[in-house]
Design a binder for this molecule. Structure first.
Ligand code: DGP
Length: 114
């Protein structure tokens, strides 16, 4: 989608700080980090949000989680732990309509999130 922010980042039309790339996923640092490590893992194909996922997305979704866990390992989060978050809809604060998995870590993360 030519007018989608994260599609344009995936395409290299807008700058980002790459952390990892795989067959179906691209990972880059969040512009407004909420933790010492805050990486977004997005599917290279456009999916609006997690509410749109269906069986046909299985390979893409598996790749998203495998990439997120690889990022956590590479960022040194595996031992202490980390949080994986999908925001869906207005009440969650979702602001970019392209599926993205937040990888957060590097400090004690409160629960429930604010
Ligand atoms: P969410 O609230 O779940 O929709 O998270 C969207 C995240 O995307 C938010 O943490 C800020 C981040 N973000 C928004 N625009 C950009 C951008 O242009 N570049 C990067 N790297 N991150 C962005």
């Amino acid at each position: 989608m030519s007018d989608c922010l994260f599609c344009r980042i995936v395409a290299g039309e807008l700058p980002s700080t790459e952390v990892a790339s795989s067959e179906h996923s691209y990972a880059f640092r969040d512009l407004n980090p909420g933790a010492p490590t805050h990486v977004l893992v997005v599917p290279k194909q456009h999916v609006t949000d997690a509410s749109e996922l269906e069986a046909g997305h299985a390979a893409v979704l598996a790749d998203l989680f495998i990439t997120a866990n690889a990022v956590a390992g590479a960022e040194g989060l595996a031992e202490r732990g980390y949080r994986l978050v999908f925001n869906v809809g207005a009440d969650s604060g979702n602001s970019v309509p392209h599926l993205h998995l937040h990888v957060l870590g590097g400090r004690q993360l409160g629960w429930p999130p604010g």
